[in-house]
Design a protein around this ligand. Structure first.
Ligand code: HEM
Length: 409
C-alpha cells in the first residue's frame, strides 16, 4: 500500500474546508490510512473506527465537554447564552448531574412509551402528506424538507412537550440557529446568531412555563415546571432552560435529515421505493441503513478525566477525543462494502445515535417517525420525483438536506 500523502492533522483540518464540508468521506479515509485511533497533535486524538468510537462512548472515564472542560478550552463560554444553555442540559453534563437530568424525562422516551404514540404519529404523517398533496397539486414543486420532513419531528416533540401548534414553523429556524453554536467555535458570527436565538427561545420558554403554572396540562413542560418549582435541587433554572432547549432542538434537524435522505435514496434507486411501498417489514432495515450511510450527526467528542486505555492506546488525562461516528459507520473492518447502501444488512448497529450513557434519548422516536413517514409518503405519491436543485447543509457536525424539491406527478 502506498504511504498516506497527508498527515492526520492535515486530513482532519481539510474537513473544515469547503471541499471537506461538501464531501467529508475522503477526508475520513485519509485519517483512517493512519489508523482507527490516531493522534492529531499533543492532547488531541481522533477515532474513525467503529470499535474505537463505540468503546470511547461507553468508557466512563471519558466525559462529555461540560462547563469545567470549556473553562480550559474556551474560557469565555459563559458570555454565550447558547453555550450556557447547552452546558446546563443533559447532553453536556456528566454524572452525577447527567443521571439526575436524564432521569427526569427518560420515562417519556422509552421504546414502549414511544410505541404508544404510533397512532398519533400516523395521524400527523397523514395530515402532512395531505398538506404536500395540496402544495404540489398541478405539478408545482414542493420542498419536502420544509413542508414534510422538518414538520413531522417538530409536531411530535411539540405535542410531547406541550408547545402550541401555531409556533411550530418558527421553531424550525430558531432550533437550527441555536444548533450553530455546536459546530466548533470557529465562527464568531455563528455563535452570535446562536446566542440571539437562545435569548429568544428562553423568553418563549419563560412565558410558556408561566402559562402551565397557571393552567397545568398533561405534558413535559408542566412536569418540568413542577419539578423546578419544588426547589429541592432536582432541576435548577438554567437546567430547566437547557433541557427544554435540547429536547426541543436535538430531534428537529436530525430526524428531518434522516427522512430527507431516506426519500432521496429511494428516488435514486426505485427498487428501494418499490419495496418501501409494498413490503411492510422493509422500512425498519431501510431506516437503519440510512442512519449508517448518511448519519445526521457526523461527529461528537469526549475528553479524558483521568488516564485511560482505549483499545490498547494510552489516553493521558486532559486529552480531547474527536469521535467521527460517520467514519465508524463506514469502517471496512465492521461492514462489508461500507460505501454501498444496502438496506438488507443485518445486525448493523450504526453509531448514529451514539452509545453508552448519552445514547440518544430520542432514538426510538426518530426511528418510529421515519419508519411510518417513508412508506406512507411513497405509497401516497407513486410518481414522486425530484423537482429542482437539492440544497445540502454542509456543517461538520449535523449534516443533511436543507431543501429537497419534489413533484408528486
Ligand atoms: C435521526 C435522528 C437523531 C439522531 C441521528 C440523533 C443523534 C444523537 C446522538 C449522536 C446523540 C449522542 C451525542 C453524544 O453522545 O455525544 C444524541 C443524544 C441526544 N438526543 Fe438525539 N438524535 C436524533 C433524534 C433525537 C430526537 C427525536 C430527540 C428527541 C427527544 C433526541 C434527543 C436527544 C437527547 C435529549 C440527547 C442527549 C442524551 C443524553 O445526553 O443523555 N434526539 N442524539
Amino acid at each position: 500500500m502506498s504511504a498516506p500523502v497527508t498527515s492526520p492533522l492535515e486530513a482532519f483540518e481539510a474537513l473544515a474546508t469547503s471541499a471537506g464540508r461538501r464531501d467529508p468521506y475522503p477526508g475520513y479515509e485519509a485519517i483512517r490510512a493512519h489508523g482507527n485511533l490516531v493522534r492529531l497533535k499533543p492532547g488531541r486524538l481522533v477515532a474513525v473506527g467503529h470499535a474505537e468510537c463505540a468503546r470511547a462512548l461507553r468508557e466512563p472515564k471519558l466525559l462529555v465537554q461540560d462547563g469545567d472542560s470549556y473553562d480550559i478550552t474556551f474560557p469565555s463560554w459563559r458570555t454565550h447564552s447558547s453555550l450556557r444553555a447547552f452546558t446546563s442540559s443533559m447532553l453536556y453534563s456528566n454524572p452525577p448531574a447527567h443521571h439526575r437530568l436524564r432521569g427526569l424525562v427518560n420515562g417519556a422516551f422509552t421504546p414502549p412509551k414511544v410505541a404508544q404514540l404510533r397512532s398519533v404519529i400516523e395521524d400527523m404523517v397523514d395530515r402532512l402528506v395531505d398538506h404536500v398533496a395540496d402544495a404540489g397539486a398541478g405539478g408545482s414543486p414542493v420542498d419536502l424538507i420544509a413542508e414534510f420532513a422538518a414538520r413531522l419531528p417538530i409536531a411530535v416533540i411539540s405535542t410531547m412537550l406541550g408547545f402550541p401548534e401555531r409556533d411550530q414553523v418558527w421553531f424550525r429556524d430558531i432550533a437550527s440557529t441555536v444548533a450553530e453554536s455546536t459546530d466548533g467555535f470557529t465562527d464568531p458570527a455563528a455563535l452570535a446568531r446562536a446566542d440571539a436565538a437562545m435569548d429568544e427561545l428562553s423568553a418563549y420558554f419563560a412565558d410558556l412555563l408561566d402559562q402551565r403554572r397557571r393552567a397545568p396540562a398533561d405534558d413535559l413542560v408542566t412536569m418540568l415546571a413542577q419539578v423546578h418549582d419544588a426547589g429541592d435541587g432536582r432541576l435548577s433554572h438554567d437546567e430547566l432552560m437547557g433541557n427544554l432547549m435540547v429536547l426541543l432542538t436535538a430531534g428537529f434537524e436530525t430526524t428531518s435529515f434522516l427522512i430527507g435522505h431516506g426519500v432521496l435514496l429511494a428516488l435514486d434507486d426505485q427498487r428501494h421505493a418499490h419495496r418501501l411501498r409494498t413490503e411492510p417489514d422493509f422500512a425498519a432495515g431501510y431506516v437503519e441503513e440510512i442512519l449508517r450511510f448518511e448519519p445526521p450527526v457526523h461527529i461528537t467528542s469526549r475528553w479524558a478525566a483521568t488516564d485511560v486505555d482505549l483499545v490498547g492506546t494510552p489516553v493521558p488525562a486532559g486529552t480531547k477525543l474527536v469521535l467521527v461516528l460517520a467514519a465508524g459507520n463506514r469502517d471496512p473492518r465492521r461492514y462489508v462494502e461500507p460505501d454501498t447502501f444496502d438496506p438488507d444488512r443485518r445486525n448493523s448497529q450504526p453509531l448514529s445515535f451514539g452509545a453508552g450513557g448519552h445514547f440518544c434519548l430520542g432514538a426510538p422516536l426518530a426511528r418510529l417517525e421515519a419508519r411510518i413517514a417513508l412508506p406512507t409518503l411513497l405509497r401516497r405519491f407513486p410518481r414522486l420525483a425530484i423537482g429542482g436543485p437539492i440544497q445540502y447543509r454542509h456543517r461538520l457536525v449535523v449534516r443533511g438536506l436543507d431543501a429537497l424539491p419534489i413533484t408528486i406527478g
